[in-house]
Design a protein around this ligand. Structure first.
Ligand code: NAD
Length: 483
């Protein structure tokens, strides 16, 4: 039995309950126990936060870059001090396994420090358009940014995605995911202590209530969203009903990993299993959930993937030996079970998994075995729809054209992994594949400073790297007449 953690929101530098007094329960997905209560924020809370953010932003935008950097570093240092506490809460609340989640807190700190060092890159340019003027451009912040994040890496996204907007001189309203908001309670305390009141506001609650109120607020001109395609589309639509807004979207993926005939089957199988991110139950936008194997290696790779998957240790996510925990919520588990049923209906071949793991410890909670289906084709629902769970779909291909056709056969275009030592084949595939982030002989890793984002319905705009920083500014062009 765990203590029930009650968190508060951050509005105008104060830790507060929702104005309505309403709360939402947070469940431990491994046990279904209530482990926390979060305020159910709504439009009233969002309106207060926007007033505070608007005031705070005007002052913040007038501060020196060095001062903003110092404040971001102070937040990073406080997060580092409380890293173990944040990690434990995040693991309990998300179900993601502790060993890998340690990297999430570390990544959040690194990204805060990275953007703290990048402030002087907020440069404009001079343009020799005429001799009678000095023509130049300035980069100015949008004002108040709405930042909505998903459940799979709540603290990492909250930390890393507040850095660029703040460095660029904006204030921000963060909306954590309703199923996993507890770590945001700690972030609220840190931001209250280290940043001016109103600069960062954290509003918890339902996406369709608190999130929608942020999206529809006319004073929030810049919206940044990470989540699913349907929600991304709803946000674009709602935003457009109110005013002109700059909306950036990091959405879902159904990412292909292509295995060429020159790759050792053992290397291919190891990469394929790791690229599924079973440590967070496959709940990663960048997971390579479609494995496209050349027919010459197909049986051998498949056999080894099944062996490796069956050796994964499923268990308490707080146990450092666990390699896979429960799904994040009942909704996610239902979704996985739905797709397993469609796979059977559509004629895919189940190789392993496909159900709740056996044993008393898995009777409660949102557990699902790591699952592999072979002989998948693009027409099957598990062949082209995002599951966001521990289900790997394996395809067979004969020639490069067929591999590319399968790889590009979904609405998505987030990441892709190409496994070959043939430089010509790799280069041809890089050009032909529809994906915003491509690894050759690699997978999953995000490298600091490199832009990340999706093509097709996987998104709009790029985050990470300098592109994210600049995306929180608009250009003002100046013509200074010379007499
Ligand atoms: P989701 O779309 O259900 O919710 C994401 C966030 O949006 C949550 O905070 C939710 O409360 C909020 N929300 C829901 N409806 C809203 C509305 N109408 N208006 C405003 N906000 C609303 O996504 P999820 O289930 O939390 O996350 C999984 C999805 O996120 C997957 O599709 C995954 O691929 C995607 N994802 C993408 C990336 C990326 O970088 N491209 C990274 C992680 C996750």
């Amino acid at each position: 039995m765990t203590d029930v953690q009650t968190t508060l929101m951050l509005i105008d530098g104060e830790l507060v309950e929702a104005a309505s007094g309403k709360t939402l329960d947070s469940l431990n997905p491994a046990t279904e126990e209530v482990i926390g209560r979060i305020p159910a924020g709504d439009k009233v809370d969002v309106d207060r936060a926007v007033v505070a953010a608007t005031r705070a932003q005007l002052e913040w935008a007038n501060t020196e870059i060095s001062h903003r950097a110092e404040r971001l570093r102070a937040v990073a240092a406080r997060v580092a001090e409380r890293a173990e506490e944040i990690l434990r809460l995040e693991v309990l609340d998300t179900g993601n396994t502790i060993t890998k989640m340690r990297g999430d807190v570390g990544m959040g700190i690194k990204v805060l420090e990275y953007y703290a060092g990048l402030g002087l890159e907020l440069k404009g340019s001079t343009i020799p358009a005429s001799q009678s003027n000095l023509h130049f451009s300035l980069r100015e912040p949008y004002g108040v940014v709405g930042r909505i994040i998903p459940f799979n890496h709540p603290i990492m996204f909250a930390l890393s995605r507040m850095a660029a907007p703040l460095m660029a001189g904006n204030a921000i309203i963060i909306k954590p995911p309703e199923s996993s908001s507890l770590s945001a309670g700690i972030l609220a305390e840190i931001c209250r202590d280290e940043l001016p009141p109103g600069l960062v506001n954290i509003i918890t609650g339902l996406g369709t209530v608190a999130g929608d109120a942020i999206v529809r607020h006319p004073e929030v001109k810049r919206l940044a969203f990470i989540g699913s395609v349907p929600t991304g589309l709803a946000i674009q639509k709602a935003a457009a009903e109110v005013s002109v807004k700059h909306v950036s979207l990091e959405l879902g993926g159904k990412n292909p990993m292509l295995i060429f005939p020159d790759i050792d089957p053992e290397v291919a199988a190891t990469a394929a299993v790791s690229a599924m991110n079973f440590a967070w139950q496959g709940q990663s936008c960048g997971s390579c959930s479609r494995l496209l194997v050349h027919e010459s290696l197909y049986d051998e790779v498949l056999k080894r993937i099944v062996e490796k998957t069956e050796r994964l240790v499923i268990g308490d996510p707080l146990d450092p030996d666990s390699q896979m925990g429960p799904m994040n919520s009942r909704m996610q588990l239902d979704k996985v079970e739905h797709y397993v049923r469609t796979a059977h209906e559509d004629g895919a071949r189940l190789m392993t998994g496909g159900e709740r793991p056996p044993g008393a410890q898995f009777e409660r909670g949102y557990w699902h075995q790591p699952t592999i289906f072979a002989d998948v084709t693009p027409e099957m629902r598990i062949g082209h729809e995002e599951i966001f769970g521990p289900v790997l779909s394996v395809f067979r291909w004969k020639d490069e054209d067929e591999a590319i056709r399968i790889a590009n056969s979904t609405e998505y275009g987030l990441t892709a992994a190409i496994w070959t030592n043939d430089l010509n084949a790799a280069t041809r595939c890089i050009r032909r594949i529809k994906a915003g982030y491509v690894w050759v002989n690699g997978f999953s890793a995000h490298h600091l400073g490199t832009p990340f984002g999706g093509m097709g319905n996987s998104g709009l705009g790029r985050e990470e790297g300098i592109e994210e920083l600049l995306s929180y500014t608009e250009t003002k062009t100046v013509h200074l007449a010379l007499n």
